[in-house]
Design a binder for this molecule. Structure first.
Ligand SMILES: NC(=O)c1ccc[n+]([C@@H]2O[C@H](COP(=O)([O-])OP(=O)(O)OC[C@H]3O[C@@H](n4cnc5c(N)ncnc54)[C@H](O)[C@@H]3O)[C@@H](O)[C@H]2O)c1
Length: 254
């Protein structure tokens, strides 16, 4: 169903974690992918693992020139740019009161300004291709007020809003823009927090467990594909039910 044959997709933060898994699933669905990251060795290794349908390019998402080079590369190498997954990001675990201004600016620069520059750069290529799909990776922290996310939460709420206005501006250009909101998912970013995989190990969510990268990647591939041809401006929570609201599993008296 989620066929990506003939489509070229740029995936930022594609060296590892969710981005690498999205690349694996996109290639399995028939896409050609350009992985872009600042982790050059890991990125090149991930691209090699994926074979001839994948390339790696160095990209710091905060740099306009880097973006122009990578978009031009994707077009030269594969002929068009049909999909963009703005996935690169860094996290933070500070209370607002203790977050430094410098750190706040850095997180917003990578997580939000990077998404803005990426969209801005890719739009002309997508218009030329007759349309496209942009998937912006926000977070459950972009759907609720999550303590200890300070700059991260602010950046992810920004990604959610930017996705909506872009969807409105680009609808008639046949460019769809959606945000994906992963819950706690086991990747190199979160492994260091001490979270554990497996049933029952994450009671914060109704499903009682953290997510696996493949479960987020499936949603990304769906949004990249024509299966979601009438979906734009949507915010897709892939979070085991974390953002449904307070988790009440048992009603009193029962
Ligand atoms: N893992 C989770 O629980 C979770 C939950 C919600 C949202 N997310 C979001 O998913 C995305 C991927 O996260 P992950 O868990 O795979 O983390 P990760 O740390 O494993 O991967 C992030 C990737 O982004 C790259 N990156 C960082 N700064 C960059 C820059 N300036 N330019 C280019 N690349 C850069 C890193 O090198 C890394 O390869 C992030 O946007 C993150 O905020 C993750």
């Amino acid at each position: 169903m989620n066929d990506l044959s003939g489509k070229t997709v740029i995936i930022t933060g594609g060296a590892r974690g969710l981005g690498a898994e999205a690349a694996r699933q996109a290639v399995a669905a028939g896409a050609r992918v350009v992985l872009a990251d600042v982790l050059d060795e890991e990125g090149a290794a991930t691209a090699r693992e994926l074979g001839d349908a994948a390339r790696y390019q160095h990209l710091d998402v905060t740099g306009e020139e880097d973006w122009q080079r990578v978009v031009a590369y994707a077009r030269e190498e594969f002929g068009s740019v049909d999909g963009l997954v703005n996935n690169a990001g860094i996290s933070t675990g500070m209370f607002l009161e203790t977050e430094s201004v410098e750190r706040f600016r850095k997180v917003v620069d990578i997580n939000l300004t990077g998404v803005f520059i990426g969209m801005k750069t890719v739009i002309p290529a997508m218009k030329e291709a007759g349309g496209g799909s942009i998937v912006n990776i926000s977070s459950a922290a972009g759907l609720m007020g999550l303590a200890l996310t300070s700059s991260y939460g602010a950046s992810k709420w920004g990604v959610r809003g930017l996705s909506k206005l872009a969807a409105v501006e680009l609808g008639t250009d046949r460019i769809r823009v959606n945000s994906v909101h992963p819950g706690m998912t086991y990747t190199p970013m979160t492994a260091e927090t001490g979270i554990r995989q497996g049933e029952g190990n994450y009671p914060n969510t109704p499903m009682g467990r953290v997510g696996e990268p493949g479960e987020i990647a499936g949603a990304v591939v769906f949004l990249l594909s024509d299966t979601s041809s009438y979906v734009t401006g949507a915010e897709l929570a892939v979070d085991g039910g974390w953002t449904t609201g307070p988790t009440v599993k048992y009603v009193m008296g029962q």
